[in-house]
Design a protein around this ligand. Sequence first.
Ligand code: SF4
Ligand code: SF4
Ligand code: SF4
Length: 778
Amino acid sequence: MEQKDLRRWEWLCIQEEPPLCQAACPIHVDVRLFTRHLAAGKVDEARKVLAKTMPLSGVLGRICDHPCENACRRADPEDGDEGIRIGSLERACVIQSDARPRSLPVPPKNFTAAVVGGGLSALTAAWDLGRKGVRVSLLVPEREIGGVLLAYPESVLPAEALARELELLKAMPVTIETDVAIDADRIQRLLDEHAGVYLGLDSLALSDIHVDLVFDIKALDPVSRSTGRPGLFAGAPLGSTPFSPIQAVLHGRQAALSIERTAQNVSLSASREKEGPFETRLFTSMADVEHAPATPMADPGGYTPEEARAEAARCIQCECKECVKVCPYLAHFKGYPKKYAREIYNNLSVVHGLRAANTMIESCSNCGLCAEVCPNDFHMGTLCLMARREMVRQDKMPASAFDFALRDLDFNVSSKATLAKPDPDTGACEWAFVPGCQLAGATPELVRATYDHLRAGLEGGVGLLMHCCGAPAEWAGRKDVLANVTESFRALWKELGEPKLVLACTTCLQTFADLLPEIPCTSLWEVLEPMDLPEGAGGEGVYTLHDPCTSRYLAAVQNSARTMAGRLGVTLRDADLTGVNTECCGFGGLMECANPAMATKVVERRTTDNPSPFLAYCAMCRDSLSRQGAPVVHMLDLLFPGLARNPEPASPNPLVRSGPGPADKHENRARLRAQLAKELWNEEQGPMEKYEEIELILEPEVQSAVDERRILAEDIRRAIAHAEETGRSMKHPESGRFLVSHQPAAVTYWVEYAPEPGGQAFRVYRAWSHRMILQGAQ
Ligand code: SF4
Ligand code: SF4
Ligand code: SF4
């Protein structure tokens, strides 16, 4: 990933944009943090937030004309909600808090400035420059400092409050002279002596000088406050509109920055788009926000501490995080996609990557829900896939991440699991049924029943094509493997005479649409919809329909699944997130393989508070949801209820059953392939390899530990066969059990077993694997 890619991803996520109030505030007070402190009763902390941005916070906090309030996300004239009363809260805060802003000593700057005026605007310019170590001559034309401020009633702005802020100003390198005569000559002399001069026109006496003689007020630049005369800046003219304290402050601040830039000889206009109010891109949903009117004020003079707390608590702390709200994976890493994009980018330059960042990259399910709910379509799955491909390219993808899935894929495209045959009765092949690896592994009997049903209902001959679609290779970032798998699939399809494919799995459908667009594909549900139902088909009761995440944009498939469910006699309720917003089951993107704990979280979110059993139409979804104990029925179970087996004893619904583990699925596929080839095409299986003849006995708890560790029966058989053949094993003297290791490739497998009487079957007590190489073990 190049830096320009990172910038694009970062731009897409608007979570770090300021909230509406802050963007509308001309000096960008961090209102979110301010109200957060205030709501928690931390008035001094809230005051510090104001002081960080505000000059003379004890003054401005009392009188600001708060344009932020109208912009507030809370403001909703329709339901009567007002924006947060930020102005009143700031006033309450500066009255109730004694905290004084600390000004840290800074090294003096090598230039000086003159500020003319005694109003808020001039005081702001002097404040901002003085805080940065600029020596400022503040020349006040009146006898008293304050300009328009002096016109405020004592109840609104007490003289003592202004005096306290002026004390802080005097502690800076600011020299104040009052009663100074100002005319055009004096201004010229000031320009000769200083790097820049600011005229704060909200000083009453300054309105007496003929500004026209000094500069053309119409030429005043609204951002730099430049008058057009080099070094001379002006702002806050007293015009026909009411005096705006916050505008006066903004003008003083803009001028102070311009004087600094003049002294440093840098552009007056560059990168100043976000000075003053600007449009923020932050999106904040109001979907779950309850109506709450503004907190009334018992005394019109201002909020009491309790009232201020209540009003501050109305702030909804605007942020986006729409994606984080719906995705346990995104929530787990405690950030949001913009932050993650940076972490991923940085991680790609670390030699082996950082563990936490690697885990982040490997764990996303690529389900795309984030992009669906994001106002800017940020697809974290796409970003993670790009990163995975890059890790593979740089040879730093941890081998453990997707090892099992890739070995499983290898098996599924091997001659043991692949089958491509035309219709066994006619030899024709206008259609071909593609059950997909998961349905074949989970419920082989349903593959056979569905195939027979399709053959009975479709004209032109229905073939069978068992082969992986390549999705696991895509998810693992293995473009090389993916290219081989799709090529091999295309070749089989051509051999069959280029039939129309009927796909039971929407992941296959999605993969082929992307990678083999020349192949005509239809989902099983669209094909079944107009066909007669098989005898005995149907069910009853209410189910929650679970759409697979790979059907997100396949509305026709989702509609057919709903129609089929209706025809089968069950009542559907939609999950909270459904259709185009459906959630992943935890398998997609190989999440379950790379980070089983994360997949569990995903399923927990999906299944918590669900009032009825799920109806799934993807085999993997059924198995993933049922593995966490959720009652799930597959649509094909309703189509062929007579084939129900191994029902969950705890469930009253005989169609609810748990899916087999990965090891059993592996075996099931091979068995199904051999059985179909024999029964339908009279094809005898080739001789078994010696290790395949070994019969294993595993108690359920051993089986589930083996599944969790992603160890296949094949791995165990090979380890036992290797030991029996070579005699390399350790035997426990008391239990008589053998401990053997076998390392066919990068992984070493350990098995503890004992032969059963007769010698053909072996009871397995434990099995585990690791990646360490045992010297001399083979
Ligand atoms: S939805 Fe997520 S990715 Fe999109 S802008 Fe919001 S926080 Fe960023
Ligand atoms: S609700 Fe709070 S954070 Fe959002 S705009 Fe209003 S004051 Fe700002
Ligand atoms: S798991 Fe799905 S919703 Fe979550 S980040 Fe990945 S693609 Fe987006």
